[in-house]
Write a protein that binds this ligand. Structure first.
Ligand code: C5P
Length: 294
């Protein structure tokens, strides 16, 4: 049994996020196509002391029960008979409140990491149960493939990587402010058509990406949560238009924002697009250019 473990904690983009309606419990039913992005926070786990002790490289992130890593670790220990405590360090690279699932990835990686550290006391089914009680996006990060997520996002059907994205690069742009997920969902009440989307759009996009049919796929990337976000923050629309005019096949907001992603056919075009973006918008924006596994 290892006493120390260091793991990468990835993030995601939503190639499509279609809200289907508001539920009685306040959540929203949706269908979303989640795609893993090879950009990572680091988590270091060790057995030490009693209870959970968390440190974080980002001074503005809480290190108590307001942090999903802390909550995931407490939940893990409570569900086992482990008497030892855990010490966890979180090295943040992924921007938060960005719609990239950084915090959700951290929580899932904590469940997986502690399970490994303590020699697998919990089954995958129990890990999934803990993950979904921690947050709608968290079960996705218990696996590593693209996935169709339904329900409030917790029902995961893994998919193979799409031939259409072979060789593609993802340019991520964070505008320097975050968007609160509850705010984004609440605002949908003012956009009734977007609130009650028609199911089937995710399956359609999957089928087009699987058959490499870019001609029809291009117009199918969609995110219901853009309606309130782009209205409140017009810069997000400007960024998207700029990306599309300068080499991106697709530009869309990820999750509840505020990050925008562009899909670019190759690395050279991605580097050029990022350079042009800096010239037009200034170098203050956080960006990352990473390969999309096809
Ligand atoms: O599940 P999670 O903690 O990530 O959700 C954060 C908030 O986002 C919820 O409290 C809810 O306001 C909103 N949400 C929603 N419908 C979903 C997922 C999230 O309304 N499917």
């Amino acid at each position: 049994m290892p006493t120390n473990l260091e793991l990468n904690s990835p993030c995601k983009i939503n190639l499509l996020l279609n809200i289907l309606g508001r539920r009685a419990d306040g959540f929203h039913d949706l269908e979303t196509l989640m795609y893993p992005v090879p950009l990572y926070d680091r988590l270091v786990f060790s057995q030490a002391g009693t209870g959970v002790s968390l440190s974080c490289s980002h001074p503005q992130l809480p290190t108590d029960s307001r942090n999903l890593v802390y909550r995931a670790a407490e939940m893990f220990l409570a569900r086992t008979t482990i008497v030892e405590g855990v010490k966890i360090h979180l090295q943040k690279e992924i921007p938060h409140a960005a719609g990239l699932g950084g915090g959700s990835g951290n929580a899932a990686t904590t469940l997986l990491g502690l399970n490994q550290l303590f020699d697998f006391p919990l089954t995958p089914a129990i890990l999934h149960e803990l993950a979904e009680s921690l947050g709608s996006d968290i079960p996705f990060f218990l696996q590593e493939k693209p996935a169709l997520a339904t329900g409030r996002g917790e029902h995961i059907s893994p998919l193979e990587f799409f031939p259409a994205l072979n060789g593609y690069f993802i340019l991520l742009i964070h505008p320097g402010f975050g968007i609160s997920t509850p705010w984004a969902y609440q605002q949908l009440a003012s956009f009734p058509q977007t609130l009650n989307g028609t199911p089937g759009r995710a399956a359609k996009l999957v089928s087009l990406l699987e058959t490499n049919d870019w001609t029809h796929a291009e117009g199918e990337f969609f995110n219901s949560l853009e309606a309130p976000a782009l209205e409140k923050y017009p810069i997000l629309e400007l960024i998207q238009v700029f990306l599309r005019q300068n080499g991106a096949t697709v530009a869309l907001m990820s999750g509840s924002g505020s990050a925008t992603f562009g899909l670019i056919p190759d690395e050279k075009a991605g580097v050029e697009l990022r350079e042009k973006f800096f010239q037009r918008f200034g170098e203050k924006f956080w960006t990352a250019l990473v390969p999309a596994r096809g």
